[in-house]
Each structure stands twice: as C-alpha cells, then as structure tokens.
Design a protein around this ligand. Structure first.
Ligand code: TXA
Ligand code: MG
Length: 340
C-alpha cells in the first residue's frame, strides 16, 4: 500500500484524510499529545486494520476521539456529573475518561470490556479531522506496538509507511506523552495512566482519586490490570536503558567511569557538558513539560546514534514528572541503579 503524506496546512488535505476515514481507511493524525492512528470508531472492519497495522494485541482497547462534548452522549451509557465537571475543566485537552460504553461502540474497540475511553483533543487539526469525518475516531498512538509513541509525522512514516493509507502532517506534538487516563467506572475514580493533565489537577475537580498500582510499579506476571495496555512492554528503544538515581555529579562520575563503545546517556539539558560519552538531552531537571515533550524523540534518537547501553536521568514522580517517570521506567523495564 502506498502511504500518502498530506500537509494539514494545504487546502483540501483534511478533507482528503476525512474521506479516507469515512471509506474505512487509516490515517496518521496529529494530536496535542502524540500522533494517533485514526479509523472510524463505529466501523469494526476499519478498526481491525489498526490492530493489524500496529501489530497490537487484540485485548488492548482503543481510545475514541470526539470533537465536541455533546458527541460523548451516544457513546457511553450515561454521563455522570464527575465527567461533566472534568470535561468543563480539562477538555479539549490531554485527558481520557473511561466510562461504561453504549452499544454503539463495537466490541473490537473496547477489546470486549464494558467500558470505553473517550478523549476530546485540543489539537485544531485533530478536531477538524474528526468534524470533517463526521464520525468518532478510534486512535491508538501511531507507533509499531512496543516502540516509543510518535510525536512527528516523520516518525509515523518511519513506523507505518506502506501499512496505512495516509499521514496528516500537523507538526510536532506539544505535550509529547499520551493523555492522562482516568476511569470514572471505578469508585473512587482511578488514575490509570499519567499524562499532561496531572493527578493534582484531577484531584482538584474530583476530590479523591486513587492511583492504579500499574502507574508506578512493574506488573506481576499474569496480572490483569484495569488498563490492559499497562501489561505490555512499552516505549522501548532497542538500547538497554538503565535509570540512575543520584545527584548530577555522582551521575556524571559514574557515566565517565563506564565509558565504552555503545554507552550513551539520556540526561537533563546542560548535563551533556559533564559527560564524556554521547549525550541526548530532554529538558531541564525540573522542567517536566519539556521532558515530556522531548522524551520519545530522545528515545528514538538514541537508537539512531547506535546507543546500546543508556544511563538515564529520571525526574521525580510529581506533576507532569509522574508521566515522564511512568514512561521512562517502562522503557527501562524498571531497571534502576541507586547511587549514594
Ligand atoms: O494521547 C493519547 O491518549 C493518544 C492519542 C492518539 O490520543 N492515544 C493513545 O492510545 O495513547 P493508546 O492506544 O496508545 O493507549 C491507550 C491506552 C492503552 O493502554 C489501553 O489499554 C487504555 O488506554 N485503554 C483504552 N480503553 C480503555 C478502557 N476502556 N479501560 C481501561 N483502559 C483503556
Ligand atoms: Mg500507545
């Protein structure tokens, strides 16, 4: 299959992408978080192609994207007050709400679960595409399963060229990590995946919000997490990533004494001057927003420079830092070295 590269800024591009979606095809779609692999959420056959193109396990459900709040009503059984409040505060934006699904949602979208994740993205191109398609859009991140999510159209092309109908180029994603997922189908609500809307922001609206174990910890083998995606190896570049917990100087001393071919670092901006091995930076030490924005690009870049062993700095699990921590810990397979 030839994959069309469409520039969202050019006239007719969004309409062309919308036509592909209506006809049951797949389009790489920019959102403010990461690129999505978009299909008509109400067309089970089209959705099946997403799983095929990504190599995604069938038991991992998809998020459904809308372009106006009212569109949620026919997709879920009921809209609780908590959902109205969250939507008012953070939609459109990088937050997905899990609610009991309506019969309109095909089982393949929810992977057989009684619930569905709904998101109203803030990216103008995503909104325009959903509106032009005239249907809700199912979209997982537009990466091959297991690889880091994609934050540019070029990355989508690299993973998906020849496997999907088109990529709609809308520039680089601003948030850089996938949306926050909160389930309102549990009482109290539960954070399933941290993202650009922080736990603290959810708590400000909802009061008590529990944090699912899978957010901070590796899952025991054979566990059945509330969010099926948590059990899969994720965000993994080819290189072996090891998180170093220490201060900056101890980190630099450790790395410099482990210099060898294939050794590289993932560090905070400015620290590249302290180390004697190839360094990829991803934002300042406490600039969690910059870290989130640059993380996946940095992970892909480490593979590009041929890194085999990567010593990484990882932020505190607070604010947007929780999302960065969650992704990087998974990329490292939870391999952490604590240095005094
Ligand atoms: O920012 C995002 O959310 C991006 C963009 C494209 O919108 N999408 C995204 O989709 O990250 P994906 O499929 O890569 O991640 C969705 C996660 C998976 O871990 C999945 O298991 C979980 O959401 N999920 C989806 N539906 C769910 C449900 N009904 N209950 C619990 N978890 C669900
Ligand atoms: Mg994904």
């Amino acid at each position: 299959m030839h994959t069309l590269l469409l520039n969202a800024a050019e006239p007719g591009a969004i309409e062309e992408a919308a036509r592909i979606i209506r006809n049951g095809g797949l389009v790489g779609m920019p959102t403010e978080t990461v690129y999505g692999l978009a299909a008509n959420a109400l067309d089970a056959k089209a959705v099946a192609k997403i799983f095929e193109a990504k190599g995604r396990p069938q038991d991992n459900p998809l998020i459904v994207h809308i372009s106006a709040f009212e569109q949620i009503r026919r997709l879920v059984k009921s809209v609780p007050e908590s959902a109205e409040k969250l939507a008012k505060a953070y939609w459109p934006g990088p937050m997905t709400m899990v609610l009991e699904k309506s019969d309109l949602i095909p089982d393949i979208v929810s992977a057989g679960l009684p619930t569905v994740g709904i998101r109203f993205p803030s990216h103008p191109v995503a909104q325009a595409l959903i509106t032009a398609a005239g249907v809700p859009i199912a979209a997982p991140s537009a990466n091959r399963s297991g690889l880091p999510s994609t934050t540019t159209a070029e990355h989508v092309m690299r993973d998906m060229d020849g496997r999907i109908d088109a990529v709609l180029d809308g520039g680089t994603c601003g948030v850089g990590v996938e949306s926050t997922i909160v389930t309102l189908a549990s009482d109290p609500p539960r954070l399933l995946r941290p993202g650009g809307i922080t736990l603290e922001q959810l708590q400000a609206v909802l009061g008590r919000v529990d944090v699912d174990k899978a957010v901070l910890n590796p899952l025991p083998k054979d566990a059945k997490p509330l969010s099926p995606g948590m059990k899969y190896k994720h965000y993994s570049p080819k290189a072996n990533i090891i998180i170093i917990q220490s201060d900056e100087k101890t980190f630099a001393d450790f790395v410099n004494s482990h210099k060898a071919p294939g050794v590289a670092v993932l560090c905070y901006t400015g620290e590249e001057k302290l180390v004697d091995v190839p360094a990829v930076c991803y934002g300042g030490e406490t600039d969690y927003e910059a870290q989130a924005r640059d993380l996946f690009e940095a992970l892909r870049h480490l593979d590009d420079i041929g890194a085999k062993t990567v010593y990484a700095r990882c932020p505190e699990p607070k604010g947007v830092g929780l999302a960065v921590y969650n992704r990087l810990m998974r990329a490292a397979g939870f391999e952490v070295l604590k240095l005094a």
